[in-house]
Design a protein around this ligand. Structure first.
Ligand SMILES: Nc1ncnc2c1ncn2[C@@H]1O[C@H](COP(=O)(O)OP(=O)(O)OP(=O)(O)O)[C@@H](O)[C@H]1O
Ligand SMILES: [Mg+2]
Length: 453
């Protein structure tokens, strides 16, 4: 983060003097409100010094105070230091009331102001660090796992509780919901974290090879068995064995796995020796195991053995408000990885993300964002860029209403800031009447002050 200060000052002499006072900063300047807002958007300064007497009416503080409000509405974390005339305490106090960090009276002692600005920056940095910590805490309850919905936070809590135990754990969830990610998290939080995490995908290996993959084989066990080879179970000794797609395990191997879970010994293919192995077994499947049991495709006794604790991972469509959080995080990651400049989601993209069903869950979401980041040429990713349609947004009327209400209430506040608190002017800006403005303010419980003339 570059140290940047915006100096809003219409006196060219003073502007120059201040430029030299802030040697550690990149200094950008503006002479009036429009210039200040343009610079704010462009450079995102952490600190602003703001002369309250700005054109077109440098004799009064009204333009300065309006500028202050607009700055804080756009960038509420900015530390604004207000510079006032030497006997203008009243406006100085008003500025503090509006959210300025400090006021400073003319004539300006550049050296002293330099020290104050350094302090302001230190404070800004501390607060920013704090904001980041809070953000991270909320979004990443466990390392690398993004979760904000009550549904997923509950899953994370369960994983945390189960991790220190030796209980076999069964993760159930649709494809792409994060089963493998959570299995790894469980391992990392367990006393076996220093041991290996060995994943084997029962659906990806042909039945004929699966047995030797899992249990290993002795030299000469079958044609081509040139040397003794240990299997995944043995390889995971001291650590965690992750049986992915356990529902696809063929029945004969289910029996052999059951025996291992009961006796905690294995026999390699072609061997007779019983080898004790110490592993924690975590399994996952997207299949409906109970149904599979009914159909005779899965052993009921094994089901209970592998699922001492069963954790259901909800699909995205059941996680309240999480789709757009996941999307923003993947966007940030892709921008970093692909070294793209600033790139954001358009409003219709966010709406589409929140209303889409995500049958492929987190994996689909990550892929769509990645593809959009690669293909988008402008500064914004639209719903179309994500190859999502926007016409199904009506399927979530509640959500959409909230979006509308939020947009409306923030438009009211912005207009009011633009108009320096003048309700008639603010209503004009929005193309509505004063009574409508008041009615809407009441509806959204906005505090618009008593200055409505
Ligand atoms: N909550 C999450 N936060 C961040 N990344 C996630 C989250 N959930 C899943 N992912 C990412 O999404 C992708 C899919 O997750 P994972 O492979 O764990 O899902 P899965 O349930 O095992 O899927 P499948 O059933 O298709 O094997 C991975 O790249 C994973 O890192
Ligand atoms: Mg998986």
């Amino acid at each position: 983060m570059k140290k940047t200060i915006l100096v809003v000052e219409d006196d060219p002499g003073l502007q120059k003097a201040l430029r030299w006072a802030f040697t550690d900063f990149e200094v950008v300047t503006a002479e009036d409100r429009n210039g200040a807002i343009a610079q704010l958007r462009r450079y995102k300064p952490q600190i602003v010094t703001l002369d309250l007497g700005l054109p077109p009416d440098p004799g009064s503080a009204s333009e300065g105070l309006a500028t202050l409000q607009e700055i804080l509405a756009l960038a509420p974390d900015t530390k604004v230091i207000v510079v006032t005339g030497n006997d203008d305490r009243e406006n100085a106090v008003r500025a503090i009331g509006l959210g300025a960090w400090l006021f400073f009276q003319k004539p300006v002692d550049a050296e002293l102001l330099g020290v104050i600005v350094e302090r302001a920056y230190t404070l800004y940095e501390l607060e920013e660090e704090n904001r980041n910590l809070i953000r991270r805490e909320i979004k990443e309850p466990m390392a690398g796992i993004i979760a904000t919905s009550p549904q997923m936070l509950e899953v994370c809590r369960t994983i945390e509780k189960v991790a220190p135990t030796e209980a076999t754990t069964l993760l159930l969830g649709e494809s792409g919901t994060g089963k493998e990610l959570l299995a790894r998290a469980l391992h990392d939080l367990s006393p076996r974290a220093k041991g290996r995490f060995v994943a084997i995908n029962c659906a990806a290996i042909p039945d004929t090879l699966l047995e030797s993959e899992l249990f290993g084989y002795e030299k000469g066990a079958f044609t081509g068995a040139a040397k003794l080879t240990i299997g995944s179970i043995e390889y995971a000794d001291g650590g965690t064995l992750f049986l992915d797609e356990v529902g696809d395990l063929p029945l004969p191997l289910q029996a052999k796995l059951l025996r291992f879970l009961q006796e905690r010994v294995i026999t390699r293919v072609g061997g007779r020796k019983e080898i004790p192995v110490d592993v924690r077994v975590v399994s996952a499947t997207h299949q409906h195991l109970e149904k599979l049991i009914e159909e005779g495709g899965f052993r009921e006794d094994l089901y209970y053995r592998i699922g001492e604790i069963a954790v259901r991972i909800p699909p995205i469509r059941e996680r309240e408000g999480e789709a757009s959080v996941l999307a923003s995080n993947f966007l940030k990651k892709e921008i970093e990885q692909q070294k793209k400049g600033s790139l954001t989601f358009s409003a219709d993209a966010i709406q589409a993300i929140d209303s889409y069903d995500w049958p492929g869950n987190v994996r689909e979401l990550a892929n769509r964002v990645k593809r959009a980041v690669i293909l988008t040429e402008g500064k914004q990713i639209t719903a179309q860029g994500l190859e999502l349609s926007v016409d199904n947004v009506e399927s979530q009327p509640l959500n959409l209403r909230e979006v509308r209400e939020q947009a409306e209430s923030s438009a009211l506040l912005r207009a009011l800031a633009h108009a320096g608190g003048n309700v008639t002017q603010a209503a004009n800006l929005l193309g509505i009447t004063r009574p409508t403005f008041y009615a809407l303010s009441r509806k959204y419980k906005l505090d618009i002050g008593q200055t409505g003339t």
